[in-house]
Design a protein around this ligand. Structure first.
Ligand code: ADP
Ligand code: MG
Length: 152
């Protein structure tokens, strides 16, 4: 199950799109973010966090691998695995702990974390186009399908 490919012309539109997804979320979710450098994965995450009500800064966790956010009693973890050389590094940051509880995880470059990451509920693909970005979100689990249903 997937929604349509959407053209997103401006950063503001990407922020709003991600915020609307955040509004459709209930409970936990694992979200994989795919796309080349500069596509808008971190921008998407920023919009998502703002949608949940987070007001502060959202910086790319390129060097730290993960940045935690505490929003309205919920933990949200933003991963960026771009610099990960060996998936074993994830063991060192205690990767399994992050996915144990009722958390929301947004993961950039998830392919680098294979096979230590849990399966995604949603996969979001962002690509460059002539007039901005093209985005597609796919539901990969029942839980993901329910989120997409509420989203529309
Ligand atoms: P990534 O995390 O995928 O490497 P970032 O979100 O850090 O990418 O950077 C995306 C950059 O592209 C930002 O500087 C943002 O302002 C810019 N940008 C321009 N147009 C868009 C758009 N339509 N959607 C998302 N970002 C956009
Ligand atoms: Mg990024």
């Amino acid at each position: 199950m997937s929604n349509m490919n959407l053209i997103i012309k401006k950063e503001e539109e990407m922020l709003a799109y991600a915020a609307s997804l955040a509004h459709a979320l209930e409970g936990s979710a694992i979200i994989y973010l795919y796309g080349p450098l500069g596509a808008g994965k971190t921008t998407f995450t920023r919009g998502f966090l703002r949608g949940l009500g987070y007001q502060g800064k959202v910086k790319s966790p390129t060097y730290t691998l993960v940045e935690p956010y505490h929003v309205h009693g919920k933990m949200i973890y933003h991963f960026d695995l771009y610099r990960l050389i060996d998936a074993e590094e994830l063991e060192h940051i205690g990767i399994r702990e992050y996915f144990k509880f009722d958390t929301i995880c947004l993961i950039e470059w998830p392919d680098k974390g294979f096979p230590l990451l849990p399966a995604a509920d949603l996969a979001c693909y962002i690509a460059f186009t002539v007039d901005g970005r093209e985005i597609r979100v796919e539901a990969l689990t029942i839980q993901g399908q329910e989120i997409v249903k509420r989203w529309k």
